[in-house]
Ligand binder design. Structure first.
Ligand SMILES: Cc1cc2nc3c(=O)[nH]c(=O)nc-3n(C[C@H](O)[C@H](O)[C@H](O)COP(=O)(O)OP(=O)(O)OC[C@H]3O[C@@H](n4cnc5c(N)ncnc54)[C@H](O)[C@@H]3O)c2cc1C
Length: 301
């Protein structure tokens, strides 16, 4: 949460949520979609001051918070680097942020998240008999400049190569993998490009991408004249940027019901829970906020 852009959002239209995340559990999606506005009011009532009263995307609605201020407000009594005790007994709420680190390592991808979310919650729950959802290999991610670019945590947002819709996309061996269409979040491209790919821009594309391309170059990423590539690209190609998919958070995870419950006494909040955005992309912060409240209500019954 601290590393995020702080936009807690949902789709404006329920049908858009379903269409963009078709593999997700409709009941869980509905829970988050219906409860988010009240949950945001609750957050504001605690003293969280929105820096935007709504998102800047007409397809979504929500609020943006300063992530550091939000973390300071909410994260009290946090002991960092304290592993989840294997013998921890229910009742408890698992909220370890999924397994981005593990997924990135297994697939040769970059990590665009804290290095701490390594599946502790998932392991704890499944060892006790909880089920996993579909889509365990899916992630919310971004194209980032491939190594040798140096990417610090504070550069996660500005180094995102979020202009794939303007690019032709090639594997390292020169296979054209440009999709017919690209979603607004470009999360589908992150899944597609995998460990390495080239974004090739013509003059028009470059107009849209220049700032981010220059950021990649400044970070030490590989940005070359398209003519230097060892494979053919269309006439008019100007610049090629070597990119890699980076995992922000996992989309599959622990299977829960609409009471945020994986097992009796074991509740799950945030992206430790799978099956919300399967097949697409939705707000991880909204998932954390709503499921956290639901889990807390359940445990205080
Ligand atoms: C650059 C960036 C921008 C983003 N922008 C947005 C955005 O604008 N909107 C949005 O909705 N989402 C955004 N996200 C995603 C969002 O941050 C996550 O989806 C969200 O924080 C998930 O919440 P969580 O509570 O599940 O996990 P986290 O916020 O990751 O919290 C999990 C916590 O558990 C701790 N932990 C892990 N394992 C253990 C363990 N074994 N023992 C103890 N503690 C442990 C971790 O250190 C961490 O503090 C962004 C993420 C990044 C990196």
């Amino acid at each position: 949460m601290l590393l995020s852009s702080g936009v807690v959002w949902r789709h404006v239209e329920w049908e858009d949520f379903r269409a963009e995340c078709p593999g997700g559990d409709p009941e869980l999606q509905r829970l988050i979609w219906e409860r988010l506005d009240d949950a945001l009011d609750w957050l504001v009532s605690l003293g969280a001051a929105p820096v935007w009263q709504d998102t800047e995307n007409p397809r979504t609605t929500g609020k943006r918070f300063d992530p550091r201020a939000l973390t300071t407000l909410l994260a009290r009594d946090v002991r960092l680097q304290t592993p989840l005790p294997a013998a921890a007994e229910p009742p408890l709420v698992l909220a370890t942020g999924g397994f981005a680190k593990r997924l990135a390592e297994e697939n040769g991808l970059l990590l665009r998240a804290s290095p701490w979310s390594d599946g502790a919650g998932l392991d704890y729950a499944t060892a006790r008999g909880a089920k996993r959802t579909a889509g365990m290999g899916e992630f919310y991610g971004r194209a980032m400049p491939a190594p040798p670019a140096r990417i610090r945590e504070e550069d996660f947002v500005q180094l995102s190569q979020l202009y794939g819709r303007w690019a032709r996309i090639y594997t390292d061996s020169g296979r054209d993998i440009t999709p017919e269409s690209v979603s607004w979040s470009e999360n589908d491209l992150a899944q597609r490009i995998g460990a390495r790919a080239w974004y090739v821009l013509d003059g028009e594309g470059l107009e849209h991408a220049r700032e981010r391309v220059e950021a990649a170059r400044a970070a030490g990423g590989t940005v070359v004249d398209a003519r230097e590539l060892p494979f053919e690209t269309p006439a008019g190609s100007r610049v090629a940027v070597h990119v890699a998919a980076a995992v922000t958070h996992t989309i599959g995870g622990i299977k829960i019901d609409t009471r945020a419950r994986a097992l009796d006494g074991v509740h799950v909040a945030g992206v430790d829970a799978g099956g919300v955005a399967t097949g697409g992309y939705a707000s991880g912060l909204a998932q954390a906020l709503v499921l956290g409240l639901v889990a807390a209500e359940e445990l205080s019954r």
